[in-house]
Structure formats: C-alpha cells, structure tokens
Design a protein around this ligand. Structure first.
Ligand code: GLU
Length: 281
C-alpha cells in the first residue's frame, strides 16, 4: 500500500512550493489507490498558530486535494519522548546547556550551513551534568557514537537513486529542544514510521535532513520509506521561494480568485504560473 503525507508546519502561510509537495504526494498515493495523510507539524508551540492550520486546510481544499487522515504532532508528544528515552537509555543522546550565543561563538560554520555544535556539553562529567539538569537544556545526538553503532546506511531516492547516508557532517543534531519536547528530525522519523508512510515526497531543501532521518530509522529500528525529493520552485529572480522572501501565499492566490484545481492540474505536469520555474533537483 502506498501511503504518502503532506506535513506542513503551521508557522506561516503556504506558498507554491508547498502546493507542489502536496499535489505530488497526493497524486502518488491516489494513482496507486493508496492513502494520503495530512500531518500538521506543530511541535513548536511558540511559532505554530491555529489560524495557520485553518488556512492550510482551506488551501488544500482549494487545490482539490482530499486526505484520509489529519493528525497533529502536538498530540503525539509522548511518542517522541519515548523514542528519546530509548536513545537516552543507550547513551546515544546527551543534555546540552549551551546558549545560542555560546554555540555561535565557538562553532565552525561551513558556508551557508547552521553552525556545527562543537561538542562542549558532551565533555561534561556525569557529576557536572547532574548538577546542571535543573537549567534549561536540549538533547543532542552523540553523532559519532550513533554513526558507529548504525554502520553504513543507504536510502532510495526517486531522483538521486541509491544515496549513501552521511549524517556525520551535520554534527550532534538536536533531538529534543529546550523549548519543545522534540525536534523536527525526531518527530518526523517517529511519525513516518508510526503512520506507515511508504513514500516521502518533499522539497529538495530537506534532502540533507534525510541523512539524519535515515540514521534515526536505523537507531530506532524503524522501516525505511522511499524518498522523492522534488526540485524547488524559483521566482522570476531565480531565487528559491521562501516564506520570508515575499513569495505569494496560496491564500492570496485563492483570494484573488485563481482556480486552485486548475493550478493543481498544472503542477502535476510541472507547469508553473508565469514568473516561476522549477529549479534543479
Ligand atoms: N514540516 C516540514 C516543513 O514544513 C516538512 C516536513 C517533511 O516533509 O518532512 O518544512
């Protein structure tokens, strides 16, 4: 059974790139008589807003997409805590007390990437750690240990073919945040498995994250889905759409009377509205 999902974060309004992900995920499931799920990724309690959820669902209806299940990550926090507990029990995560400023000051940041965590808190002794547990902390994956435990890993990507996972380059990623009980990486990996998602359709901007997800699947003994990373949509200036850069929201197009079902039909055939183009995968 093919099961796909569209997994938006309700921290803003959807743009054409999201529409492409949703249309492709929906199409892949429907063409195979499978299931299409909508999962609202609202673990970030401060940035997620209920009004964005309403707008997202209205956008999907406008595009003519129907779904078989609607779930909210905020209602599944116990699952992420259990997965973290499992990793913790095996010594694969450690608490980190560093502030953003401390990390920025000491970390090496390859061009265009988030700073790599320098491992400061990994070096704490058990006594030092115990003494600080009352202060706010996140939980980081002990990447070196995790990679050694998991051994070589690959995944199948519809565009890139067989990909060798190299999660190590991302350093000790955060699995549970100071301000949220899970991180994107952990919640997505746990949910895709729990929901039986067979095929993950998402933008190429999340390709790097898949290296980490593949590792978490190995550590948590989860099935490995197939991946379909689609090219990102570029604006007239050749820059990729991002909510922050003033890309038109689907809600604005809806308000202007654009025909959403026709737009979805075009996106299915990789035809984009004037002024937009598909980047390289
Ligand atoms: N929630 C993520 C986002 O909105 C996407 C998650 C995914 O497709 O894995 O960027």
């Amino acid at each position: 059974m093919i099961v796909t999902r569209f997994a938006p974060s309700p921290t803003g309004r959807l743009h054409l790139g999201h529409a492409l992900s949703a249309v492709r995920a929906h199409g892949l499931a429907r063409a195979a008589g499978g299931r299409f799920l909508v999962r609202i990724e609202d673990i970030d309690g401060t940035r997620s807003r209920p009004e964005h959820v309403e707008t997202i669902l209205a956008d999907l209806r406008w595009l003519g997409l129907d779904w078989d299940d609607l779930s909210f990550q905020s209602q599944r926090l116990d699952r992420y805590a259990a997965a973290l507990g499992d990793l913790r029990g095996r010594g694969l995560v450690y608490p980190c007390f560093c502030t953003r400023a401390e990390i920025a000051a000491s970390a090496s940041a390859p061009h265009g990437m988030a700073p790599l965590y320098p491992g400061t808190c990994q070096a704490l002794t058990p006594a030092e750690r115990a003494g600080r547990m009352a202060t706010p902390h996140c939980w980081r994956l002990d990447m070196a240990r995790a990679v050694a435990m998991a051994g070589p890993l690959t995944w199948h990507d519809a565009t890139a073919g067989r990909v060798t996972a190299v999660p190590g380059v991302q350093g000790d990623v955060v699995l549970a945040r100071k301000d949220a009980p899970s991180s994107y990486h952990l919640a997505v990996s746990v949910d895709d498995a729990a929901q039986g998602v067979s095929d993950i359709v998402r933008g190429a901007d999340l390709f790097d994250a898949t290296h980490v997800h593949r590792l978490l699947q190995a550590l948590l003994n989860l099935p490995v889905p197939r991946y379909h990373h689609h090219p990102l949509i570029l604006g007239a200036d050749g820059q990729r759409l991002a909510k922050r850069h003033g890309a038109p929201a689907l809600a604005d197009m809806r308000d202007r009377g654009v025909d959403g079902v026709a737009l979805a039909a075009d996106l299915r055939r990789d035809i984009l509205p004037t002024g937009f183009s598909l980047g390289k995968a």
